[in-house]
Design a protein around this ligand. Structure first.
Ligand code: ADP
Ligand code: MG
Length: 407
């Protein structure tokens, strides 16, 4: 069972007035043509930043941004993010290069109320991804408290996530975003409102096996779409044409189908599809009459009858966890299934939680994002958490002694 937030301090536990707080955020936002194309991660970080401002703390914000090869890779500068932050917060955001320089120290000394420091991309330093104690020491130089609110980065043992709080365990904790993420994801595993349906899709069964295994014990049924569906349909003996099938997972899918049936749970699979001969060919795409797909054709979305079936089931659900698009939703011609399911989830009275990077984008693109109970900013971290993996960024913050006393 997940330990949730047990024996982890939160920002509320600290008296941060007048103190310097290092806020590790996930500001790794997607960019298109030099512009931020989706601000979700910035918006999700605001409650903790605003709390620090209200309490009168001095703030150093830090984040990674993309995968720069070196500090010369200026396209990975956090500058545009700092600019956007200053607009939203109506504050001056000062970009600093070195956490432990004299300049940073001097800035902190004279920092005014409406000024915030933003440390340049953590990955400009090779020590970050190496979880280097030296780099962590540099980060720790000028700070009183460490707050991790970067849920999407907490599955990685990097210096700003792991080595840094390890140096200062008493003064380290989480922010409001991580708190909410963990509470929401935990609610999917402990006493979920029933019936509980997991909508699974996306590219590969193999990516999702651990999550499916975990969910098998708690959900009342699976609703399956995306490329993953073809491996299941193949396992049931259907013709799937040249759809993406993981041949080495067909056997697993077959066993999975049996295990779901033995437990008396629901398994919904597509009964029709949008198919094309070539993924780039949208004009030649068509809807199949039934479940079979002809040779030479590949399934790229669930069909209209399937959407109706899925929507009817989702309408009755008490809890919905959605991970994985129903089709190649990045192509508008193949997005109807994903958006239709997003709409059905949005219109359901259920507690509805979306996890996974592409699923979060799909939820945004569908226009129904604001109807979801929670869209995890976590991407991979949300799935790792759900499948029961301990996230290094959370575990390092757990006070082992307090945990043992509580147990
Ligand atoms: P998440 O990031 O939410 O966990 P995944 O990464 O598992 O989701 O899957 C998302 C990808 O799956 C999308 O890029 C989408 O185009 C792809 N996909 C969905 N359905 C199909 C399909 N039928 N054929 C090929 N790719 C698909
Ligand atoms: Mg993905």
């Amino acid at each position: 069972m997940s330990l949730g937030l047990k024996a982890i301090q939160t920002i509320r536990d600290f008296d941060i007035a007048g103190k310097t707080v290092f806020l590790r955020l996930d500001l790794n936002v997607p960019m298109e043509n030099g512009k931020i194309s989706d601000e979700t991660r910035i918006t999700a970080s605001l409650p903790t930043i605003q709390y620090c401002i209200e309490k009168g703390a001095k703030i150093i914000i830090a984040s990674h941004f993309g995968r720069p090869k070196s500090a010369d890779d200026k396209e990975y500068s956090l500058e545009p993010v700092g600019h956007r932050l200053s607009e939203i917060l109506n504050a001056e955001v000062i970009l600093i290069d070195e956490p432990d320089s004299d300049a940073t120290k001097a800035l902190l000394h004279t920092l005014r109320k409406n000024q915030i420091l933003l440390l340049e991309n953590l990955r400009f330093h090779p020590g970050e991804t190496k979880n280097s104690p030296e780099f962590a020491n540099a980060l720790a130089t000028n700070i009183d408290f460490y707050i991790n609110d970067a849920f999407g980065a907490s599955h990685r043992a990097h210096a700003s996530i792991h080595a840094l709080p390890e140096i200062m365990p008493k003064n380290s904790g989480i922010g409001f975003l991580i708190e909410k993420e963990v509470q929401m994801l935990d609610s999917l595993m402990h006493n979920p409102k029933r019936p509980y349906l997991a909508v699974m899709g996306g590219a590969k069964v193999s990516d999702k096996i651990d999550v499916i295994e975990k969910l098998l014990d708690v959900v009342d049924g699976f609703v399956i779409g995306g490329a993953m569906a073809y491996t299941f349909l193949k396992a049931k003996g259907h013709d799937v044409g040249k759809s993406l099938v993981e041949t080495d997972k067909v056997r697993y899918a077959k066993e999975m189908i049996e295990r779901i049936e033995v437990r008396g749970k629901t398994l919904l699979l597509p009964v029709d599809h949008v198919v094309t001969q070539n993924i780039a060919d949208t004009a030649g795409a068509k809807t199949t009459a039934g479940v079979s797909i002809e040779d030479g054709w590949m399934g790229v979305d669930i069909g209209p009858t399937t959407i109706r079936h899925y929507a009817a089931a989702l309408k009755e659900a008490g809890t919905i966890f959605w991970n994985g698009p129903m089709g190649v939703f990045e192509t508008p011609a193949f997005a109807k299934g994903t958006f239709g399911v997003a709409q059905a989830i949005a219109e359901s009275q259920a507690i509805k939680i979306v996890g996974g990077g592409d699923s979060a984008s799909a939820a945004q693109a569908s226009g129904f994002a604001d109807k979801m109970t929670h869209i995890s900013t976590g991407g991979g971290a949300s799935l790792e958490y759900l499948q029961g993996d301990r996230l290094p960024g959370l575990e390092i913050l757990r006070d082992k002694r307090r945990l043992n006393n509580q147990a």
